[in-house]
Write a protein that binds this ligand. Structure first.
Ligand SMILES: Cc1cc2nc3c(=O)[nH]c(=O)nc-3n(C[C@H](O)[C@H](O)[C@H](O)COP(=O)(O)OP(=O)(O)OC[C@H]3O[C@@H](n4cnc5c(N)ncnc54)[C@H](O)[C@@H]3O)c2cc1C
Length: 428
């Protein structure tokens, strides 16, 4: 009997545990190790910031669900990996050995790379539910005391969809309260142009997002490097296409929601051959680490190069569809090895992302993520709102009921087909 340990019970880790369990049954032991006993549906965190969801809506205890599926659950968290000994050291100083390890720990948030940045200092985040809840207190204060606000994605950020989503739900919420005119909004981003999304653009993303921002009177600064954030101001260097500082900006703002760059988590940092210089896990085409082939990784914690070089550094987004396909690849590859066969399954690095604005939304689809693409499509409209809500409901159901089937292939692609047909009809 092999012992397979999965670290991280998030968007990638829980489906990983269920899919593997459905493939290997009770012949092999599966252990899920996370930091805490809760699951947070991260894509809904921006809604927590504007009070459209509560913490209880987007976070719940998972111990019973995981154990009911025949998977052992440990919520102590991993302090350090010792890959040469096939051993994990946990935060309570206990140890756990493994035959196969799957790392799905998501990101470490690199707030420390910009002076004054982070929820403990002068900017907010929606990357965790703790951050989103703290941001909602500041948001309520802004609603009481309207003043200019900033939304953005820092240099090195890769997660641009939620930055756009947050900008647009802020706009919608302020309109709902009738105070939009009193809260000038500025979007600051490392992207070279609006709608780049860390993907070199998707379909007509630049044109459509610029139009949306203009319509909603959201100002923007692109090619932006944030140099400092204080309680009253955000300091920004704006770069030219030639890579020189074109203009420096000092923008007055008391409410800042700025997505940071990501790094790999501390438990694996600095392990030679396992991680790159930013602590992301290096994987081959089978999602296995070349130095330690019994270690696999998926999700935001893996190393993927930027889609293209930009004047101010941007990263490639790692979103649900590709995470799901990494889960499937790892499940089949571990199963193949357990059966004495060669690994043969590869993940498809495709991007599908929904950003909801409450009254409308955008969906972008880049298949594959790297150009040239077979499918390069961007949609804006109310249907995205319903698709995003369905995504949240289905994923929650999946976690609670141990559903092992992939979600995107079966469900989201159908939703996208409906949207695309509507889009085509609208354009006739
Ligand atoms: C605000 C936001 C909105 C997003 N919206 C979308 C969207 O709409 N659609 C989409 O496709 N993608 C979206 N993404 C991108 C991506 O899908 C999410 O970031 C997703 O949560 C990544 O899944 P993951 O499994 O890699 O990491 P996570 O879901 O973050 O899970 C990581 C898990 O590892 C655990 N962990 C961390 N360190 C340790 C440790 N040392 N020991 C044990 N456990 C540990 C954490 O507690 C957590 O449970 C969004 C991202 C953000 C930040």
């Amino acid at each position: 009997m092999a012992k397979i340990v999965i670290v991280g019970a998030g968007i990638g880790g829980i489906p990983m545990a269920y899919e593997l369990k459905s493939l290997v049954g009770s012949e092999h032991e599966i252990i899920l190790v996370s930091k805490g006993d809760k699951f947070n549906f991260v894509p809904s965190n921006p809604w927590v910031m504007v009070n459209w969801r509560t913490r209880q809506d987007v976070e719940f205890t998972i111990t019973d669900y995981i154990e009911k599926a025949g998977i052992r659950f440990i919520c102590t968290g991993v302090k350090k990996l010792h890959p040469k000994d096939n051993k994990l050291e946990l935060f309570d100083d206990s140890e756990i050995t493994y035959d196969y390890l799957v790392i799905a720990t998501g990101p470490k948030l690199a707030f420390d790379e910009i002076e004054g940045m982070g929820p403990h200092l002068n900017s907010h985040s929606v990357c965790t539910v703790d951050h989103a809840e703290k941001a909602s207190l500041a948001w309520n204060n802004l609603l009481q005391n309207p003043s200019p606000a900033i939304i953005g994605a820092a240099q090195g950020a890769s997660c641009f969809g939620p930055a756009y989503e947050t900008a647009l739900i802020m706009d919608t919420d302020l309109r709902n309260y009738g105070i939009r005119e009193q809260v000038p909004l500025t979007y600051i981003t490392s992207e070279p142009y609006i709608g780049h999304l860390g993907l070199g653009g998707v379909g007509e993303s630049q044109q459509l997002l610029e139009e949306e921002f203009k319509k909603r009177k959201i100002n923007w600064i692109t090619n932006a490097k944030i140099t400092k954030i204080t309680t009253e101001h955000v300091f920004v260097d704006e770069y030219s296409e030639e890579g020189a500082i074109k203009q420096t900006h000092t923008i007055a703002s008391k409410f800042n929601m700025i997505l940071p760059a990501f790094k790999g988590v501390d438990a694996f940092a600095g392990i030679d051959g396992l991680v790159n210089s930013r602590g992301f896990i290096i994987v081959d085409k089978h999602q296995a680490n070349p130095t330690y082939p019994n270690i696999y990784a998926l999700g935001v914690c893996i190393a993927i190069p930027p889609v293209e070089k930009t004047i101010v550094p941007t990263g490639a987004p790692k979103t649900g569809y590709m995470i799901e396909s990494m889960v499937t690849a790892i499940s089949h590859n571990i199963k193949a090895r357990l059966d004495g066969e060669d690994q043969h399954t590869q993940a498809t690095l495709n991007t599908v992302c929904f950003a909801d604005f409450g009254d409308s939304g955008i969906a972008f689809v880049a298949i594959p993520q790297f150009k040239p693409r077979q499918y390069d499509w961007f949609y804006g409209g109310k249907l995205v709102h319903y698709a995003k809500v369905a995504f949240e409901k289905y994923f929650t159901y999946k976690v609670k009921h141990g559903v092992s089937e992939p979600f995107y292939e079966k469900f989201v692609m159908n939703a996208l087909d409906i949207m695309k047909t509507k889009d085509d009809n609208d354009n006739k």
